[in-house]
Ligand binder design. Structure first.
Ligand code: GUN
Length: 174
């Protein structure tokens, strides 16, 4: 599939391919479909980012809240989306020692209690020790800093069909 093929997808097919580009937020590709035709994959990515940037703060927080905890309940019960499982496995979240798992659970709860949304980090760009360290450090930040940071770190994921397009795996925007 190339960008010309993307541009002729019905919205149903477009949402099938890009539905989980942002974890559990199919509204994003459903909205961005209206921006066709895209001149390139970069342009599609830019349209997704522009849509997210234009959301009110409550919408951005909503995106963060759609993310499961890292190494959390959904990982343990096998109910993660395929994309989230891939991200979490790449960062070693499925292979924590019991000590690491307990620390992660405690810090995840502390973070959610303080900010009202889960800790989001581009997991595939970090290893488990760095994730635990960042989680601990970021618990000290101000809420507005974390809302911005969480959105910057929100992975843009693709299913395998989109992957053939060479679509981004994960990009931290500054
Ligand atoms: N970073 C990459 N994937 C995920 C995820 O599924 N949940 C959270 N909280 N952060 C992530």
């Amino acid at each position: 599939m190339d960008i010309a093929a993307v541009n002729v997808l019905s919205y149903e097919d477009f949402v099938d391919v890009f539905g989980n580009v942002v974890e559990k937020c199919p509204l994003i590709p459903a909205a961005v479909w209206s921006c066709r035709p895209f001149v390139s994959v970069k342009a599609l990515e830019a349209a997704i980012n522009e849509f997210i940037d234009a959301l009110p703060e409550s919408g951005k927080e909503g995106i963060l809240r759609c993310h499961p905890d890292l190494a959390g309940r959904d990982l343990k019960s096998g109910t993660l989306t395929r994309e989230s499982l891939e991200e979490q496995a790449e960062a070693g979240m499925d292979a924590l020692s019991s000590l690491e798992a307990a620390r992660m659970a405690r810090l995840n709860e502390e973070y959610k209690k303080r900010f009202g949304f889960p800790f989001v980090i581009c997991a595939r760009m970090n290893e488990k020790a760095a994730i635990l360290q960042q989680l601990s450090e970021r618990c000290q930040n101000e809420r507005i800093v974390e809302r911005t940071r969480g959105i910057e770190e929100t992975p843009r994921k693709c299913n395998h069909e989109a992957g053939k397009l060479g679509v981004w795996k994960c990009e931290i925007r500054s």
